[in-house]
Design a protein around this ligand. Structure first.
Ligand code: ZN
Length: 132
């Protein structure tokens, strides 16, 4: 069984905390012990796990990615969004989180972030929960 989360982004580059939605899918699955796979089926958006407590961390990650990989440069890709493709490859398209006692086994400060790099758009995150 695969579940999807719909994410509506509002900016070109934006991190959206999807931890509550992912946990809701784990809870609904009834699985107590296992693994939760989070997969983003887009080429200009990804997923990462990092600090969810202080929003400045996400702001710093986004501003650093934008500084390292500028929107406009001598890219070959005609669509004009090469920076978004490169950022997506850097953060990756999937994460796996252990499930213990029906809960995502994240660290105290960790959260799961959908990473938009070519918004604003309607996006999808696929979640597969496996275990018993
Ligand atoms: Zn493109």
């Amino acid at each position: 069984m695969i579940k999807s989360i719909n994410v509506k982004t509002r900016s070109r580059t934006e991190f959206v905390n999807i931890t509550p939605e992912v946990q809701a899918i784990v809870t609904e699955s009834g699985i107590n012990s296992g693994v939760c796979h989070i997969y983003v089926p887009h080429t200009t958006a990804g997923v990462t796990i990092n600090e969810g407590a202080d929003p400045s961390v996400v702001t710093d990650i986004v501003s650093s990615l934008n500084r390292l990989i500028p929107h406009k440069a001598n890219y070959l890709h005609m669509e004009g969004n090469s920076d978004a493709h490169i950022k997506t490859s850097l953060v990756g398209s999937s994460e796996s989180v252990i499930i213990d006692k029906g809960r995502l086994l994240l660290g105290t400060w960790q959260a799961i972030f959908f990473c938009e790099f070519d918004g604003a758009r309607n996006r999808q995150v696929n979640v597969k929960v496996m275990g018993e």
